[in-house]
Design a protein around this ligand. Structure first.
Ligand code: KIV
Ligand code: ZN
Length: 527
């Protein structure tokens, strides 16, 4: 059995043996997704949403990776009161000290330290012998434990590690003070039966395993991250590491919404529960997708646009007779409500403020006023204003809070006679700049104008337009992906004018690139 103190750290109560701790790593592993980067403001918004959902542990970043990561972990640590806040550190005292510096003001701080234990990683990546990896790990966990009561240790590439060595390391990590042992399937290689057997093997062979919570961290390279995580829970794991929308390195991590709903819907065969309020899922998914610029695929389980849509006549007929015929959970249980007409141009500030609250936004007075002005502007242009419009409008405004480059105005001449041209005004670090450019079409002219005002070598990898709602007066939501020196970023913009939305999306991506330029991936440890 774990000690009372350890259980409390993990967010469990004494008799709650079937409670699965949800450890969210959207802000750390999720942010390591190619194309993803979040600034401090964005990370704080995601952290607020995670806390609001009832997530037990929020991994806020990798403090040694950059000053931006350090500040983000520190900011989240200072702000979040109900969830534990974790920071990642390699097995080095420098990393651990930096992580602690960022975490020390948290109400419930956790240091998460890791080192690879598979033969492949130890020989080629670390160039260390198993004995020196073991020694380094014990030193790291001991050092972390001297700073922080709550220490988690992960054997990276755990699923491809030799069992004897894995058992030896897990036992030593617990002896050195780790109260959570996280087994990562770093490369998404394992399958459910095999992973369950690995967890069982650890429970049977590591003599002090009952002094720690077993956690799992599954990547989705074979599409099995959620299945593997659930199999591990059935085998005795009680913490799952996951991300909103399943974002993360390569094919991503286990998707939190799928784990939470699988446990909720199939409690009959998996009698475990989490503390996550599933009704917050849709809003958090939307927030993460807007901030990262990663659209959720339409057929994605739980949060995809089609997850609750019924196209075929037979299904629609069944649904009308009894929703249970084709729906195993209600849209409301994941926080989806039918599109509701909000208000028109005669709606007042009071009603608008109430609507923002209903949609989950807690904005300061200035931000509400800004949003209200933009809402009025939208209501003048668009006959029907829906919840989705308000969400797009407010997200668009909030995304730009810390931007160095800001959109001011755009006038485009388009049409078949050409040449298409764009007159653009931007604010760059507080200076207003203006230019006129031409291009092969209005989008190209607009992007050329941005390049003229803010010269850069980034390559445009993706340009995508979505309509937020139906109708020709719908707001356009544009995604732009840029690449510079192997680093990719996604930007988003929304407006009833597709070209204005395009300019905003490009500028948003450029601002993200400026954040990402400061970041460099920490190298592997070496002996
Ligand atoms: O995938 C992985 O192995 C990780 C560890 C740092 C837990 O992200
Ligand atoms: Zn990972």
């Amino acid at each position: 059995m774990t000690t009372k103190k350890e259980r409390m750290h993990a967010g469990k109560t004494k008799d709650d043996a079937d409670r699965v701790i949800i450890f969210d790593t959207t802000l750390r592993d999720g942010e390591q997704s190619p194309g993803c980067s979040m600034n401090l403001e964005e990370k704080l918004r995601v952290a607020d949403a995670l806390q609001g959902m009832g997530v037990d542990v929020i991994e806020a970043g990798f403090p040694i990776a950059s000053n931006g990561d350090f500040e983000a972990v520190r900011g989240v640590a200072k702000r979040i009161k109900n969830s534990a806040v974790a920071g990642l550190a390699r097995a080095s005292r420098g990393d651990i000290d930096r992580a602690w510096e960022a975490l020390k003001h948290a109400k419930r701080p956790r240091i998460h330290t890791f080192i690879s234990t598979s033969p492949l990683h130890m020989e080629y990546k670390l160039q260390m012998t198993p004995d020196s990896v073991h020694e380094r790990m014990v030193d790291a966990v001991t050092h972390a434990r001297n700073l922080c009561d709550d220490v988690e240790w992960s054997p990276e590439d755990g699923t491809r590690s030799e069992h004897d060595f894995l058992c030896r390391c897990v036992e030593s990590a617990i002896k050195a003070g780790a109260s959570t042992i996280n087994i990562p399937d770093t490369v998404g290689y394992t399958i459910p039966d095999e992973f369950a057997a690995l967890i069982e093997m650890l429970r049977n062979r590591v003599p002090n395993i009952d002094k720690a919570v077993i956690s799992v961290h599954c990547h989705n390279d074979l599409g099995l991250a959620v299945a593997n995580s659930l199999a591990a829970v059935k085998a005795g794991a009680r913490q799952i590491e996951c991300t909103i929308n399943g974002i993360g390195e390569r094919a991503g991590n286990a998707a939190m919404e799928e784990i939470v709903m699988a446990l909720r819907v199939r409690g009959d065969v998996m009698p475990y529960h989490t503390g996550v309020k599933s009704e917050h899922i849709a809003q958090s998914s939307h927030l993460v997708s807007t901030i990262t610029g990663f659209n959720v695929q339409p057929n994605k389980a739980i949060v995809g646009e089609n997850a609750f849509a019924h196209e075929s006549g037979i299904h629609q007929d069944g649904m009308l007779k009894h929703a249970g015929t084709y729906e195993i959970m209600t849209p409301e249980s994941v926080g989806l409500n039918k599109s509701t007409l909000v208000m028109g141009k005669h709606s007042g500030r009071h009603a608008f403020k109430a609507k923002l609250k209903e949609l989950g936004y807690e904005l300061g007075d200035n931000a509400v006023e800004d949003a209200f002005v933009r809402f009025k502007d939208l209501a003048d242009k668009k006959k029907d204003v829906f919840d989705e419009d308000i969400v797009a409008l407010v997200d668009d405004q909030m995304m730009r809070a810390d931007d160095r480059i800001r959109f001011v105005s755009l006038l485009v001449i388009a049409g078949s006679k050409g040449p298409q041209s764009a007159e653009l005004e931007l604010d760059v670090d507080g200076d207003t700049k203006f230019t006129k450019a031409t291009g092969d079409g209005p989008v190209d002219a607009t992007f050329n104008a941005i390049k003229a005002l803010f010269p850069h070598d980034a390559k445009l990898l993706l340009y995508q337009v979505h309509a937020v709602t139906e109708g020709t007066d719908a707001q356009a939501q544009v995604t732009v992906r840029l690449e510079e020196d192997g680093k990719t970023v996604n930007g988003q913009g929304a407006d009833t004018d597709t070209l204005v939305a395009s300019a905003k999306a490009y500028i948003h991506a450029l601002n993200k690139l400026l954040v990402k330029r400061e970041k460099s991936a920490p190298a592997a440890l070496s002996a």
